[in-house]
Write a protein that binds this ligand. Structure first.
Ligand code: DHB
Length: 504
């Protein structure tokens, strides 16, 4: 008898352990009466009143209750028709907890514009849960994206109950968050994610979005190393590296032209982009942004590679000129030269940037902040290097670091598993643009600062160009003098958002 009691107690104990090991199952729910009123004071002193709905779990099989929920904020007066601004705070590919509106960034501004604001949490490379004595990493690739997609599905699932229109979701993020925003925009409804989302207990809904706002997206990770060395490999900073590292730089850089050519990108006038004209393509984008800044009064010095039209001789140095005295017989625009024709049609060419020495410019960029080491992303065990954030992003549930490019894996003496290859594929928006089984967002706003070296210009340039080429509406700039940052020039961002919203 005693034996039987002990045996059944042991069994109950075992059952209760296995129950605690099981993921929590919470049905999806949204209760409109659960809102809490609060307010946010904007930088201009305006107060925005809103109702907060918090801790909204967006999957039924919650594995990590710290992260897998969303907070939603509804500003006073928002109707069912309002756009929904979805801000992810993912950074460094780390886990990100559902947050609250910030007056200083795009989240607060979205509320002030009368948009419904959604801030989902998401698991990341750093998030863990404990099962028994084991630590399980819950957020390795592509888990953060899956959480964000589940949040989008939740917004659609409860679209009738939550104010705002789930057909007007605008995603926004910076850096790794910019990558996540680009992925939400580029992978809508792709079937490869469906079984993973189903297993998590995400709502059975579409997960495409209306617009994607990407600040300095750290993405296309499988080609980021080659692009980095192709762009920066000839800078003075790379020349001071050891010969071993310089060889790595050259090997990586030499892989980029074939990749670029494989994209078959085109300029807006239809001219094919290839490795021969690509640097000039980037140069024109930088000149455009510098010119825009100059027109707004910025001081663009020629010492960093810019050439100005001869008229610059007569411009004040603050406008990029030399400040020389204009000869009497050289008229300004609109003035009649002595005895000559009026000059109305002539441009004041001195205000124009005519060229940019890219070698000089790239040296300037890397002099403002040191480059990443070689390789910049898939570094783990390559020439003895440490693991990067990205190596841990592709690691497993035990917290390993792994290589995710064939080249680095070979240098490290390993190969890529099929699982890692698939995870890298699922985490790269470039793979889904133009794909027939994917609903790519129709509107894009992409920014990568003109002196941001966290990843190289080609990453954003290629993303924007591929989207443009596939017929999407793309607003893209390499904003002048911007380092690695996001949610800036909010007037520009929000007037763009207004321009893409259907007329009322
Ligand atoms: C971030 C920055 C990086 O340089 C990087 O490699 C990955 C992520 C970030 O700020 O999110």
């Amino acid at each position: 008898m005693k034996k039987l009691v002990v045996a059944s107690l042991a069994m109950m104990f075992a059952l209760s352990i296995s129950a605690t090991k099981k993921a929590k199952t919470i049905p999806l729910q949204f209760n409109p009466t659960n809102g809490v009123k609060a307010s946010l004071t904007m930088p201009n002193g305006n107060v925005v009143n809103y109702t907060a709905y918090t801790k909204l779990y967006f999957v039924t099989n919650v594995e990590d209750s710290t992260y897998q929920y969303m907070n939603i904020f509804v500003p006073e007066g928002a109707s069912q028709d309002a756009p929904i601004f979805l801000r992810t705070y993912v950074g460094g590919y780390m886990a990100s907890e559902a947050g609250y509106p910030q007056a200083q960034d795009a989240s607060g501004r979205a509320l002030a514009e009368g948009y419904v604001l959604a801030i989902p949490g998401s698991r990341g490379r750093s998030s863990t849960v404990t099962k028994g004595k084991k630590t399980i990493y819950t957020g390795r690739a592509p888990k953060a994206l899956l959480d964000l997609k589940a949040a989008i599905r939740y917004l659609r699932h409860f679209d009738q109950l939550i104010p705002g229109d789930a057909e007007k979701i605008i995603t926004d993020g910076t850096s790794a968050g910019g990558a996540m925003s680009s992925l939400m925009g580029a992978t809508g409804n792709n079937p490869a994610y469906a079984p993973l989302l189903k297993a998590m207990g995400a709502a059975d809904e579409r997960d495409d979005v209306f617009a994607s706002v990407c600040f300095c997206p750290i993405t296309d990770l499988d080609h980021a190393d080659m692009a980095y060395e192709w762009l920066y490999g000839n800078t003075d900073s790379r020349k001071s590296l050891s010969t071993t590292k310089q060889t790595l730089t050259q090997e990586l850089a030499s892989q980029f032209p074939a990749y670029l050519n494989s994209l078959h990108l085109k300029k807006t006038d239809g001219t094919p982009i290839n490795a021969d004209n690509y640097l000039d393509y980037i140069k024109q984008i930088i000149i455009k942004s510098a010119q825009e800044a100059k027109d707004a009064g910025a001081d663009i010095p020629d010492s960093i590679g810019f050439s100005f039209s001869s008229e610059a001789n007569f411009q004040a140095p603050v406008n990029g000129g030399m400040g020389k005295k204009r000869p009497m017989d050289m008229p300004r625009m609109g003035k009649k030269p002595m005895g000559g024709m009026p000059m109305m049609m002539q441009k004041r060419v001195g205000e124009y940037i005519t060229d940019l020495d890219m070698a000089k410019y790239l040296n300037y960029v890397v002099n403002t902040q040191p480059l990443k080491s070689v390789p910049a992303f898939d570094s783990y065990h390559v020439d003895g290097a440490e693991a990067s954030a990205e190596n841990s992003e592709f690691g497993n549930t035990q917290g390993s670091n792994v290589n995710f490019t064939v080249w680095s894996a070979a240098k490290a003496g390993t190969t890529l598993s099929d699982e890692v290859k698939e995870n890298a594929r699922l985490l790269n928006p470039m793979n889904f643009i133009g794909d027939e089984s994917t609903t790519v967002a129709p509107h894009w706003y992409i920014r990568h600062g003109a002196r941001d070296r966290d990843t190289s210009f080609p990453i954003s340039v290629n993303l924007a160009t591929k989207l443009q080429n596939s017929g999407k509406d793309v607003n893209f700039k390499l904003p002048w003098n911007r380092p690695h940052s996001g949610d800036y020039s909010l007037n520009e961002l929000f007037s763009w958002i207004k321009s893409i919203l259907p007329a009322k």
